[in-house]
Every structure is written in structure tokens, then in C-alpha cells.
Design a protein around this ligand. Sequence first.
Ligand code: FES
Length: 412
Amino acid sequence: MRARVAGWSNTLADLSPPAALPQQANASAGIGPPLWLLAELTYRCPLHCAFCYNPTDYTNHSRELDTAQWIDVLREARELGAAQLGFSGGEPLMRDDLEVLVGEARKLGFYTNLITSGVGLTDKRLGDLKAAGLDHIQLSFQDSTQELNDFLSSTRTFDLKQRVAAAIKQHGFPMVLNCVLHRYNLPHVDKIIEMALAMGADYLELANTQYYGWAQTNRAQLLPTREQLEAAEAVVERYRNTHGERCKIFFVVPDYFERRPKRCMNGWGAVFLGIGPDGAALPCHAARNLPGFALPNVTQMPLREIWYESAAFNRFRGFEWMKEPCRSCDEKTEDLGGCRCQAYLLTDVAANADPVCDKSPAHEQIVHLVRAAAAAGEEREQPILFRNDANSRKLTAEQHAANAAQAPREPR
Ligand code: FES
């Protein structure tokens, strides 16, 4: 289907015009530069979304780089060749120095995106961010209704988000509205699109939930039915045909319902470089999930060395790490074996084929999860666990207890 986007919510990376790349110094053979830098400035967030992709143990990583350290990261990443920069979190507006960082990024020649819930995006900050050179804003909504928006984020923020959307337009920013989809709001897709059109959004990203972090914890509650998805896709296609010129609509595919995996991050260590609040360098959004995986940190190693030399970034580059059925698969150059984190979460072995692929021996597990969710219908008893500090500590303690009962694990 036209304009379906595989994988993580990454519309901005697809949309934004890249700034000119600087000259590349001697990159190691075969490894290109990072193109997209995601700066997760903080895990602090005023929202408590049930599908947040941040690690469930984020309270274990509360240390944050200071302003000077972040500026070093931006400079080093730009020297490496990164052109797109997303400021994310948590909620990046929780950082008082966001305007300073945007200004530095602008001077360095990045194309900058602010990925925000809108909470804290006052008229003053919008003006200051404009003056600092911010290029683009992605504003999240949870639904088109106040009731569901506020329920899913466990806040009262719907009205505020409406006001913020209007202010973003008044300040002349290009605006992406983002809405994560799941069984609660898939039936409202037409209303969500109407809301985006009424707000004058330039792009709408409808991102079906990817089951990592808090979304994985709440998977039994969030998984939609195939019928819901097909109905929503038909609605999206209808609106594309009638309103596609006004607002470009992206539909991030729900990979549990696919038969081939997403080309996650466009390849491990290929173009994406994430930096966590504490300076951990992340080859993908969910890399903290992988057990026994020593993530390099920008406070201890130059970014160039992290990108080209570190064990973490080289672990799943290329094809040598692959096991069967990926190793001899004639489609491996298409999907690159899918998602390492999903393989780990569902099979306990990160180097296994992504079970979304129907050639994977574990594919039946996903089929079963989807069937079980459909059979449970509205009667899903497991309560939603909202992202907040208390739940993070509880899940972290449970994970520690589970780990203590097992032998130490290596990423395999
Ligand atoms: Fe796909 Fe980590 S999220 S490789």
C-alpha cells in the first residue's frame, strides 16, 4: 500500500530535507556515517503513556548529560556526518537548555526536529526556539477525543495540545502530528485525520504500536484485531485520495500482522545513532533491552570510536552474525533479518530471525498472540501499567529478581 512506513515512527527522518554533509574523513571500510542523530535529552516526562517506547527501567538511568556535554555530542556527530537531528525524550522541553542546544545545532548545520507532547511549549518558548533556528515540530496526540487522549496519557492534556498545535502554526513551523495507534483508537482514525486537517498539520503520522518498552508490558491490552487494522487502512487510503495534497498521511505498519519483518533502523549501526539522557550510545531505540550488552557512553569514548569501533555498534552489522534461516535467505538483503530487539524479546536470542518473519520457527508465537488478543475481545483483564516512576521501579525490581534467578546472559 502506498506510503506505508515500515518500522519505528520515523517520518521526520523520511521527510526532512537533509543538510549538506561535511566531508568524510577515513571511515572504516564498508561502514557509512550516521545520518540521523536522536538526542534523548531526558527520560523525565509529564505524560504517562501506556505505549511509551522508553525503557521500563528508565528510573535506573536518571543521570543526564549537561549542556556542554550535549554540545560536544552534537559537534562530534556532525563531524561524523549526521545531518538530521531529533530532540526527544521523555519530554525534551523538560530541559531548560533546549533553546541553547537548538541554537548550537543550527550553527553546526543540522536540520532540527523537536519531538514533543506539547506540554511546556509556551508561546515564549516557541518564539525562542524559532529564534534559535528550530526547523520542525512533531506534536503527539493520543486520540481525537479528550476522554481517550487523557486516559492513555494518564493526564489532562487534550485541550492544551489543541492550543499548542495552533501556536505552532502561528509561529510558522512545519508541523507533524503523530498518533500512536492500537485497539483503543484505531476505530477513530477518521476523526484523528479530521483533527489533523482542522489543525493544519502538514503531515500526519499514524504509527501503529511497536511492542517495546511500556508497549510490550501492555501488549495484551493494546494489540488490535486484524479487522480493526484493515478498516483503519481503508479509511487512511480514502483520505489520502481526497486530502493527500493538504496533509501527507503516513501509516506505520503494525509488524505483528505482517509476514516479513521490518528493516529495523535501516540496519543496525547503519544510519541511526541514538544518545540516551545519560550519554549511552544506542544503535536502536530499544537497545537497552538487550541483556549483557555493554552500551558505550559518550562520556567515556569519542563518538567516532563508538560508531566505527565499538563492539555494540558492530555486533549486528552486515550478515556474518546471522543464523539460519536468515543466513541463507534470499531476502536477507531486503529486511536485514528484521529487528534484533524483537528477536530477543520474543525468542530470548537477539541473533535469531525476527519472529515477525513467517520463515522463523518462532513465528507461530506472534500468530498466537494476535489470535489470543482477538479472542479476548473487550474482556482483557490485565490492567494497563502506565509509565510512571513507581511502576518503573516496580518493574525494575521484578526484572532484577528474575535476572538473579538466571545465569548471566550474553547477547547471542
Ligand atoms: Fe529493532 Fe533494536 S529496535 S534492532
